[in-house]
Structures are given as structure tokens and as C-alpha cells.
Design a protein around this ligand. Structure first.
Ligand code: GDP
Length: 464
């Protein structure tokens, strides 16, 4: 990827909108605008306009006026990318968007690669790597929790924590290395007790960060919840009721490659992914038994399982229902199983208690009459521990960061072991350098592999 040319791309979504925004960045931004943009007031030529101002004018291709636009002016290094930047807000017609981009390309711009603006910002030192990654997370955030975590990371909360650890480790390493310089004289600059304390502190922080990944993953990807229930138990009615309750549907993914319907609903600021399954009732039918196998697979992938049954059928089928609950209890060890007695508008509460009073996590509801839904919501959200989020602690959401932290913990454990075994300072220093490298890779403070950068920024939208 060349970094010295001038790039352009549509930064708003593809398709028609009221307004679209096309962004240019690079050293030729203003020369290119000079050829393609005419300000309505001659005093407002973009190259002479004040930074952070908006200039009103027209995009022109020779004699042809393409559109009347507003251009936002940013002059390097005080811009997102650190370069000269212009943001052209045009009318949102797809035709206009295409014509303006064509015009810019013709006059010396190159089409930006995905994430290239942010990559340039990273290269210019405007943000570190974990902050750049947070920009993508922020754009993708679909719930309050995901937004909060991405925002904290983008604003440098996580980076500060990593930098703090690195500073302590660097002090440690330099003391050890100083000892090496005096190798013959057998001196100890680094007080071993203090070093052990330092290692313990670093271990504690890294372990806390590693543990937070479980929550981070849930926040970023949503909590998978499998709904198991016979046809007509009321699964769709329940999902719709939950949706209406929150009015916060995120997406409705009818999978082409997936075999189950997933509904994403945000409850208490967390995204839950409800996966509708076919139920587990024993059957002779081949097609249905394939469905049952899939149900068990979905249960496997879930964190919470909701077993939904028609409470009215308790009259005749209590044994069948008990049997299914027992099977599910067996299959959901280590997960949470919620037993939802639906259609409670049709039977007495006392009947339910008589028949299933001893069942754990039994929640009476009526999906149709929207009864018991608040209790259900509370149960669902209480399964997810957001303590760390509320106390503003760093939560790791990124698998790359998780793996780097794991590696640095291993390095630290080696240092600790080395100290216990009194190994020589140069070996200690080597392991400390490794830990520094792994921690540094999170924020991109050590040289980062081109492939890794490509992988990180390639996942961005074009135009960011
Ligand atoms: P699914 O096959 O499990 O998705 O079941 P549906 O949601 O399609 O519901 C099957 C039928 O049960 C529909 O006619 C619903 O109106 C009805 N139903 C769902 N929940 C309730 C409830 O709480 N009370 C009553 N009385 N009927 C319900």
C-alpha cells in the first residue's frame, strides 16, 4: 500500500440518501480540489480557506456542473489522517456520488482501500493500533455495552493500561541489564523482592484483562440463547413480545447459510442472539430427527438455553415435559437453563406449582399477554456480569489482544520461574523483552507485521 498518494472514497453508506459524503486525504487534496471545485465566493478557495471551515461551491467537470456541495477543510497535521483532508458533502444521488468519485480519480486521486484513512492516522501517530481497532468496533457497535467498551478503548483507556505495564517492565529490564554490564562484579541493582512484587502486580493486571475477555466477547458478539420448544409452544410469539418490549431490534438474520433463524435483541444494554430451534421431541420422522440433532448443536453453542412449553399441556403431558427438562438439564451442564411455562393465561398458577413446583429456574409467562416478560428479562441480563463495565474497567474484546496478553503472561511466568531458579540475568532479560514485545504488539508500539496490519485494516469499511 502506498502512503504518499492522495486517496478518495465514499464515507457514507452505498446507495441513495439525503446527503452523501466523499472524503479526500493526501498531499494533493487541495491541488485536486482546485481543478474540480469552484467556490461560490472567490475568497473561499479551499487551499486558502481557514482549516475547520466549510466552503460552499460546485463540483465541476470542465464546463459541466456535477453538483452543488459543501466542502469541509482540514489541514495536516490537524486532521483525522494527519494529512490534508477535504470532506465533500453532496446530494445523496448514487449518480452524483459516482460522478464525483470519477472526477476525483480522473484528477489524480486513487480509490482508498478499506480502512486506509484510519491506517494513515495510525501511521501518522494520531492513534495507536488498539485505538484504531476500536474505531472499527465503534462503527459496528449495536448495543450500549458494545458502544461503551469501544469508546473507552478508542479514547485510549486500554492503551494507557498496556503502556503502564510496559513502563514497569522496561524499568525492570534496564535494572537487570545494568547488572549485566557489571557482570564481573556480581552486583544486584534490582532488588529481587521488589522485582517479585512487580511481577505479581503485572500478572494480576494481565490476568484480570484476560478474564475480561469472556465478558468482552459477549458484549461484542452478543449472548447466544437457544430457544427449545415444540411447535406451537409460542416461540415466535415470545420473541416478538420481547422485541416489542424493547423496540430495539438490531437485525433479523434469516440465514441462507445458517439453518436456524436468529433474532438479535438488545436487553439491558446487551445484545442477545436468540436462536430458534426445532425442539427435542422424540420422533420417527427422519427429517425431524435431523432437526433434533441440529437443536442439540445449537444448544452446544449457546450460553443460555430457554426451554419453552405450553403450560396447558401439563394436564396430559406432564411426564413428557419432565422428561424433556431432565434431558436438557443433562445437556446444559455449565450453562443456564431457564424453564418457561408459557400460556399461563390458560391455566392456574397453582396447577403449575403442583405439577412442576420443584423444577429449578421455572418462570411462568404468557407471551400473548406479555406477562412475566420483565422477570424473564431480569433473569437473562443477570446472567451476564457487567460489573467490570459499570466500574469502567478495561474489557478486552479483541481476539488479537487476548492472544497477545496470553503470550505475555507466559513470558512473565517464565521470568518468575527463572528468578526462583536463580537463572542468569541475560536469560531473565530475554524473557522480559519477549513480554514487552507481546504487550507492545497490542498497541502497535513494536514493529507490526504488514500482514497483521493488512488483516486489521482490511476489515474496515471503505471510507474509514
Ligand atoms: P411457535 O411454533 O413455538 O413459534 O408458536 P407460535 O408463537 O406461533 O404460537 C402458536 C400459537 O400459540 C399461536 O396461535 C399463538 O397466538 C399462541 N400463543 C403463543 N403464546 C401464547 C400465550 O401466552 N397464551 C395463549 N393463550 N396463546 C399463546
Amino acid at each position: 500500500m502506498r502512503m504518499d498518494d492522495t486517496i478518495c472514497a465514499l464515507s457514507t453508506p452505498q446507495g441513495m440518501g439525503a446527503i452523501a459524503m466523499i472524503r479526500i486525504s493526501g498531499s494533493d487534496t487541495f491541488p485536486i480540489l482546485k481543478k474540480t471545485f469552484k467556490a461560490f465566493s472567490p475568497r473561499h478557495n479551499p487551499s486558502e480557506a481557514k482549516p475547520y471551515s466549510l466552503v460552499f461551491g460546485k463540483m465541476v467537470d470542465g464546463e459541466t456542473i456535477v453538483d452543488e456541495v459543501m466542502v469541509g477543510i482540514f489541514k495536516g497535521p490537524h486532521s483525522y489522517t494527519g494529512e490534508d483532508v477535504a470532506e465533500i458533502s453532496c446530494h445523496g444521488s448514487v449518480y452524483i456520488q459516482e460522478q464525483i468519485i470519477r472526477l476525483l480519480l480522473k484528477n489524480g486521486c486513487r480509490m482508498a482501500d478499506p480502512g486506509e484513512y484510519t491506517m494513515r492516522a495510525f501511521t501518522a501517530g494520531k492513534m495507536d493500533l488498539s485505538q484504531a481497532e476500536a474505531v472499527a468496533d465503534l462503527i459496528e457497535s449495536e448495543s450500549k455495552a458494545a458502544h461503551q467498551v469501544a469508546m473507552q478503548q478508542m479514547r485510549g483507556g486500554f492503551s494507557e493500561e498496556i503502556k503502564g505495564l510496559r513502563t514497569e517492565l522496561i524499568n525492570f529490564a534496564s535494572l537487570i541489564e545494568l547488572e549485566l554490564d557489571f557482570g564481573e562484579e556480581d552486583v544486584e541493582f534490582a532488588d529481587r523482592t521488589q522485582l517479585s512484587e512487580l511481577l505479581l502486580r503485572i500478572k494480576t493486571v494481565i490476568s484480570r484483562l484476560l478474564e475480561s475477555f469472556d465478558t468482552g466477547n459477549v458484549i461484542k458478539n452478543g449472548v447466544p440463547v437457544a430457544i427449545v420448544g415444540a411447535p406451537n409452544a409460542g416461540k415466535s410469539t415470545l420473541l416478538n413480545a420481547l422485541l416489542n418490549e424493547e423496540k430495539a431490534i438490531v437485525t433479523d438474520v434469516a440465514g441462507t447459510t445458517r439453518d436456524a433463524i436468529e433474532d438479535e435483541i438488545s436487553l439491558g444494554g446487551v445484545k442477545f442472539r436468540f436462536i430458534d430451534t426445532a425442539g427435542i421431541r422424540e420422533t420417527e420422522d427422519l427429517v425431524e430427527s435431523i432437526g433434533i440433532k441440529k437443536t442439540f448443536e445449537k444448544i452446544e453453542q449457546s450460553r443460555i438455553v430457554m426451554y419453552l412449553f405450553n403450560a396447558q399441556s401439563l394436564q396430559d403431558n406432564v411426564e413428557l415435559i419432565r422428561n424433556e427438562i431432565a434431558q436438557l438439564q443433562e445437556k446444559t451442564k455449565g450453562k443456564t437453563l431457564l424453564v418457561l411455562a408459557n400460556k399461563m393465561d390458560l391455566i392456574e398458577d397453582t396447577t403449575l406449582l403442583e405439577k412442576l413446583g420443584d423444577v429449578e429456574n421455572l418462570i411462568p409467562i404468557s407471551a400473548l399477554q406479555k406477562r412475566g416478560l420483565k422477570e424473564l428479562e431480569t433473569r437473562l441480563t443477570s446472567e451476564i456480569n457487567l460489573g467490570a463495565l459499570n466500574s469502567n474497567q478495561t474489557i478486552v474484546t479483541n481476539a488479537r489482544h487476548f492472544s497477545a496478553l496470553q503470550q505475555s503472561l507466559e513470558d512473565i511466568l517464565r521470568v518468575e520461574q527463572g528468578m526462583e531458579n536463580n537463572i542468569s540475568g541475560d536469560f531473565l532479560a530475554m524473557d522480559i523483552r519477549e513480554a514487552l514485545k507481546h504487550l507492545g504488539s497490542i498497541i502497535g508500539e513494536v514493529e507490526t507485521d504488514r500482514d497483521i496490519l493488512g488483516n486489521i485494516f482490511g476489515k474496515f469499511c471503505i471510507g474509514k
